[in-house]
Design a protein around this ligand. Structure first.
Ligand code: IMP
Ligand code: MG
Length: 180
């Protein structure tokens, strides 16, 4: 893929590895809800691609309700300030809600969404996250892969809005630097 050469991409997970794990997650989630209808809540924008693949592995009755959170952070700093770009809807009481995100780092983003949903007293509340940075700050109920300290892009994950469309997941680094 043609990208500006100011950054180096070090392969981490191939599209095939991701697809296989997404199918497994679909099976785990399907078994866990055993036929109950769910409300899937992806956190925009990072979980877009993951969600698009995951829902097609979930033969469950579902509605999708998106929410959006923006954190002010670059590739090196941790988010310190979270702002809603789209709040969760206000009618989640009694529903089985599954929050979906791309990656858990400090856990602040996922915790913020879970707290907002929990305040509405859903029947159940669980989370599914594709990647989690080690050491795990917050363990999702369903997790795709654990990853190391490098900043990752691709399959929906961005750096400054770029790289979301990469089919594979890669670690982003400066030219000449050791990415991982
Ligand atoms: P947390 O709030 O510190 O857990 O960070 C999670 C959010 O930050 C995710 O929703 C991502 O949008 C973003 N993020 C954290 N680490 C990375 C990364 O390595 N690549 C891309 N986005 C990341
Ligand atoms: Mg992001």
């Amino acid at each position: 893929m043609n990208y500006p050469s100011d950054m180096v991409l070090q392969p981490l997970l191939s599209a095939e590895q991701v697809a296989r794990r997404v199918r497994e997650l679909g099976e785990e989630i399907t078994a866990a809800y055993s036929g109950r209808p769910i409300t899937l809540m992806p956190i925009l924008h990072g979980s877009l691609i993951f969600t698009a693949d995951l829902v097609r592995c979930l033969p469950l009755e579902m509605v999708i309700e998106v929410c959006g959170l923006r954190s002010y952070a670059g590739a090196t700093t941790r988010p310190s300030h979270l702002t809603w770009t789209m709040r969760p809807p206000g009618d989640l009481t009694g529903r089985d809600v599954l929050v979906v995100d791309d990656i858990v780092d400090s856990g602040a983003t996922l915790r913020c969404v879970l707290d907002a949903v929990r305040a509405q007293k859903p029947a159940s509340l669980r989370s599914c996250v594709l990647l989690a940075r080690e050491p795990l700050e917050l363990a999702p109920d369903f997790l795709g892969f654990r990853v190391g300290p490098g900043f990752v892009v691709g399959y929906g994950l961005d750096y400054d809005g770029r790289y979301r469309n990469l089919p594979d997941i890669a670690v982003l680094g400066q030219p000449g630097a050791n990415a991982q």
